[in-house]
Design a protein around this ligand. Structure first.
Ligand code: HEC
Length: 282
């Protein structure tokens, strides 16, 4: 009897702890000060109209889009951002041949060492090199960018919530502040050297608007609109952050198929083993 009572008390206690725990975030929300009005400027992520080809359980890469995204990176973003976890040879996954990758790598300049003097120099890239940083070091990066460091973009879509759409949104976010929001905080203004971006967490970003219509010229006939370039670079940066994304989904389908097959086999062997054990009919 007492054991049962003890059990009930412990159970109630645990339930109470869980209940309080689940209410905690709500209580904290009340306790914390409200966000200032200028946060109204900040908007939720947006997505391209037709979405991305690699989304959903059976999505795959649109290799032509990834190639266009690479072109945007190379011709626009690489002026400030490195891609240090990606090597030139990885481009073979984007349907470039070995010779094309070799030529592509050689077109980039990477840091090197003079074999005779040991001094640092630069040399043409090799397929095994990673994409270099445009700056010697962080101090130089800050000096050129209003005291902000352009972050490495290799893992950017993983480092931000809803990363693919975030990169797309950030590229599209250089708009004029909404007058209704401006009315809420009339004293709000974008400081000198920063740029208003409604998708950046700090609202004012040290990166100038990068994509303007026809900033690059695509060879496959795709219109170089800001939307298209933004979607292409977002897709490309998703690939750099998770090159095995599509493979991972396909492996998942294979595993599910295999498990279904194994379940079927188990069912058959169950039938076999119990075949002679039918209960006698009365
Ligand atoms: C002229 C230099 C410059 C170029 C070119 C440039 N950026 Fe940036 N970028 C910056 C700087 C500086 C920051 C840091 C901004 C800050 O912290 O306020 C930044 C930050 C970012 C961020 C991180 C935002 C965050 O949430 O922290 C992303 C993503 C980004 N850039 C993407 C791009 C893409 C994509 C391109 C090419 C289309 C590009 N940038 C081209 C300078 C540049």
């Amino acid at each position: 009897m007492t054991i049962r009572l003890g059990g009930i008390i412990v159970g109630l206690g645990l339930t109470a702890v869980l209940l309080l725990w689940s209410l905690l975030p709500g209580v904290l929300n009340f306790a914390l000060p409200e966000k200032p009005d200028y946060y109204a400027f900040q908007e939720e992520n947006i997505a391209p109209e037709e979405g991305f080809s690699f989304e959903g359980p059976v999505g795959t890469w649109d290799v032509a889009q990834l190639q266009r995204g690479y072109q945007v990176y190379k011709e626009v973003c690489a002026a400030c951002h490195s891609l240090k976890y990606v090597a030139f040879r990885n481009l073979e996954e984007l349907a470039y041949t070995e010779a094309e990758v070799r030529a592509e790598a050689a077109a980039w300049t990477v840091p090197g060492i003079n074999p005779e003097t040991g001094e640092t120099t630069t040399r043409p890239g090799l397929p095994t090199d990673q994409f270099p940083s445009p700056y010697q070091n962080d101090v130089a990066a800050r000096a050129a960018n209003n005291n902000a460091i352009p972050p490495d973009l290799s893992l950017m879509t993983k480092a931000r919530k809803d990363g693919t759409n975030y990169v797309y949104s950030l590229m599209m976010g250089y708009v004029d502040p909404d007058p209704a929001d401006q009315a809420l905080s009339p004293e709000f203004e974008t400081p000198e050297g920063l740029y208003f971006n409604e998708h950046f967490y700090n609202i004012n970003i040290a990166m100038a608007p990068q994509l303007t219509p026809d900033r690059v010229s695509y060879s496959d006939g795709t219109e170089a609109s800001v939307e298209n370039m933004a979607a292409d670079i977002a897709a490309f940066l998703t690939w750099t952050a998770e090159p095995s994304l599509v493979e991972r989904k396909q492996t998942g389908w294979f595993v599910i198929g295999f498990l279904l097959f194994a379940t079927f086999l188990a069912f058959l062997s169950y039938k076999q083993i119990w075949a002679g054990m039918k209960p006698k009919k009365k």
